[in-house]
Design a protein around this ligand. Structure first.
Ligand code: MN
Length: 203
């Protein structure tokens, strides 16, 4: 058994024009796949060869930086694909109530996500997370991840340049606006909030 490349939950061209099929093809088929392949190469034949990805991330966090980077990036990308959806939706129910408690409104939350994403220096991830019942925006650098931390991730946006450079060149705010206006899978965020425990990478 090895870690698999999580299939996209939609067609590669389903997120266009916010994110082009070319970007998805490279991001999923090259970048994400490379993280999966490097993770598998590192665990092959070792004690973690059959371990779940979350266990590999937790173990490598304090013992093997290279494996941590590849395993965490494998997880982060699966969570990112699931955080996006071709059809716009809106937060409702418990998620909407939690957003209104923490941010006042969904519009204010998305404005803050856009600002944090635009302001994040260099590569990383911008997350909506829940901790002790309260929502917050979190940023992690490079491969750093919320899996295995006290914060339960609800959704994430990839702000590495490879997520937008083919479509937007260096203009990260345009990518963030397109994603936040059109592609956020609020249903996925609601499911993560309701479950109360961290999403698990499928395989
Ligand atoms: Mn990426």
């Amino acid at each position: 058994m090895s870690i698999s490349l999580m299939p996209l939950p939609y067609a590669a061209d389903a997120l266009a024009p916010a994110i082009s099929a070319d970007t998805i093809a490279v991001h999923h088929g090259k970048h994400h796949k490379a993280y999966v392949d490097k993770t598998n190469a590192a665990i092959d034949g070792g004690p973690q060869a059959d371990a779940a990805l979350e266990a590999i991330v937790a173990s490598a966090r304090t013992s093997d930086q290279a494996l941590f980077n590849n395993a965490a990036q494998t997880w982060n990308h699966g969570f990112y694909w699931a955080s996006l959806a071709p059809k716009p939706s809106a937060p409702a129910g418990e998620l909407l109530a939690a957003i209104e408690r923490a941010f006042g409104s969904t519009a204010e939350l998305t404005e803050q996500l856009a600002a944090r994403g635009a302001g994040h220096f260099a590569s990383g991830w911008v997350w909506l997370a829940a901790k002790d019942g309260t929502l917050s925006i979190e940023e992690t650098h490079d491969a750093e991840t919320l899996v295995g931390t006290a914060a339960n991730p609800l959704l994430v946006i990839d702000v590495w340049e490879h997520a937008y450079y083919l479509d937007r060149k260096n203009v990260r705010p345009d990518y963030l606006k397109a994603v936040l206006d059109n592609l956020i899978n609020w249903q996925f965020a609601a499911e993560n909030l309701a479950r109360g425990t961290c999403w698990t990478y499928p395989g």
